[in-house]
Design a protein around this ligand. Structure first.
Ligand SMILES: [Zn+2]
Length: 469
């Protein structure tokens, strides 16, 4: 007796479900799901050239200078004897010069030297030298855009004032220095519209002195010569220390939430808009995740939404402080017996940052991820300028406006959005080569960004629009 009624209910329920699904499908077409960036075959071919053997040779060479403490010797006789930071500096310079020779002088090899006044960890005024190579962009306008990779070539023993003790610094940060060098060797074989800088800094262990000086210099150049540093990748402790609990399949990417350089007014706006997860550095971190999904680099970037490891710091923050977009790469699990420790054996434990603890294949995979990110960004158009979200009228649609990507290389624009609780961009809408679009989505419920894409499909960094009344 109950059966016919049951059947009727089934029909009703099915109808309601079908209608509901159809309505949902209309509101959220599956085609808006974000897909990984398209692979540039030129870039993937370059990644194949990254060599773990060369990385090993470079890290072992850096270790051979005994100590690279910023306060260690840099006089001509110590350089000739091959001990101290001066010898390391000269060798890095000669490596960059060698790569440049191999590409017909395509790299400009430079030093940035200055005298750091006495401070906490600097007993007397000390000369600090950053060494870097510039692969200038081929497009006159785009060449003013810079992407940069950095590692610190200074090291330290247990006591950061001890100039005599050995400080091999194979992982911290011979590994990051080797990433900058290997990216330079491999990418200098290619040409890009934008400029890439391969940087190695000193003074990190004494107080981020080298990176601070370099970031300030770039900021001044930006103001005077119209340069723009779009992204800085800092590699510090990417050696994949061979401890039992290491995860060699991932690398951490740290990014700041509230920008270190934000003014009180900017922080008020970020608070009002729920923009705590949308600093430029966090867009860069998401971009790296995108690169990691598209290219077969052999290591997965895992995003950590935190400036750095808990209560610790590094060179990317010196760039953040000058208002630049910068992130830090670090291995998954550090071994503190192998960092900032004099080389010694105690109770059966080997202390010291020795080359034998470094996994050179892992450093190679991290170098590939860095090279793919640098090459993708240097190939892509600049982010669109002055992106805004119109808020004059209260409405449930959202209208975005922007100015063309500077440099004229954008073929089209894409609007991205995600739920406010989602770590990464979820949806994308191609909107063509326009400067304004309206989406049937409420700005109250999602976070928007807009990015420029070139004719070959290279994606630029997304930029989150500011409200415009
Ligand atoms: Zn370090």
């Amino acid at each position: 007796m109950i059966r016919p009624l049951h059947k009727l209910w089934l029909v009703v329920v099915s109808l309601v479900l079908a209608t509901g699904l159809a309505a949902q499908a209309q509101n959220e077409p599956a085609s808006t799901s974000v897909q990984p960036m398209s692979v540039d075959s030129r870039i993937s071919a370059a990644l194949q050239q990254v060599s773990a053997e060369r990385i090993q040779a470079n890290i072992e060479k850096l270790v051979s200078f005994g100590t690279r403490l910023t306060l260690s010797a840099q006089d001509p006789s110590s350089i000739a004897a091959g001990r101290g930071i001066g010898a390391a500096r000269e060798w890095i310079k000669s490596e960059f010069e060698r790569y440049s020779k191999d590409c017909g002088g395509c790299l400009e090899v430079k030093t940035d030297s200055f005298t750091e006044p006495a401070a906490d960890r600097i007993p007397q005024p000390t000369e600090i030298t950053n060494v870097y190579a510039v692969l200038k962009g081929t497009d006159a306008e785009s060449a003013k855009r810079i992407v940069l990779v950095t590692g610190h070539y200074d090291s330290r023993p247990s006591d950061t004032l001890d100039t005599k003790a050995d400080a091999p610094g194979a992982n911290d940060d011979g590994s990051g220095t080797a990433v900058s060098l290997e990216c330079a060797r491999v990418l200098s074989k290619l040409k890009f519209p934008a400029t890439i800088i391969f940087l190695t800094v000193a003074g990190e262990e004494q107080g981020l002195n080298g990176s601070h000086h370099f970031a300030v210099m770039l900021k001044e150049k930006m103001a005077k010569e119209g340069w723009n540093l779009e992204a800085a990748l800092n590699n510090d402790i990417v050696g994949g220390d061979k401890s039992a609990e290491q995860d060699h399949s991932v690398v951490r990417v740290f990014s700041e939430g509230l920008p270190a350089s934000a003014t009180e007014q900017e922080i008020r706006r970020i608070r009002g808009l729920g923009g705590e997860n949308d600093s430029g550095s966090r867009q860069l971190a998401r971009y790296i995740a995108d690169v990691g999904r598209a290219y077969d680099v052999g290591v997965k970037p895992i995003l950590v939404f935190r400036l750095d490891r808990y209560l610790r710091g590094g060179d990317h923050s010196a760039f953040n402080q000058q208002g630049f977009t910068a992130v830090r790469f670090t291995e998954f699990r550090e071994d503190f017996h192998h960092q900032h420790q004099n080389v010694r054996s105690e109770n059966g434990i080997q202390y010291g940052d020795l080359a034998k603890f470094v996994d050179f294949d892992y450093v190679g995979r991290v170098a590939r991820l860095n090279a793919a990110t640098l090459a993708s960004l240097a190939s892509a158009p600049a982010p669109p300028a002055n992106a805004h979200l119109l808020t004059k009228d209260l409405e449930n649609d959202s209208t975005l406006t922007w100015e063309a990507s500077p440099g004229g290389r954008a073929a089209e624009y894409e609007v991205l959005w995600r739920s406010t609780t989602s770590p990464e961009w979820e949806h994308v809408q191609k909107v063509g080569n326009v400067a304004r679009t309206t989406l049937k989505l409420s700005k109250d419920n999602v976070i928007f960004a807009v990015r420029a894409v070139d004719a070959a499909g290279h994606r630029g960094l997304p930029v989150v629009p500011l409200p415009e009344r």
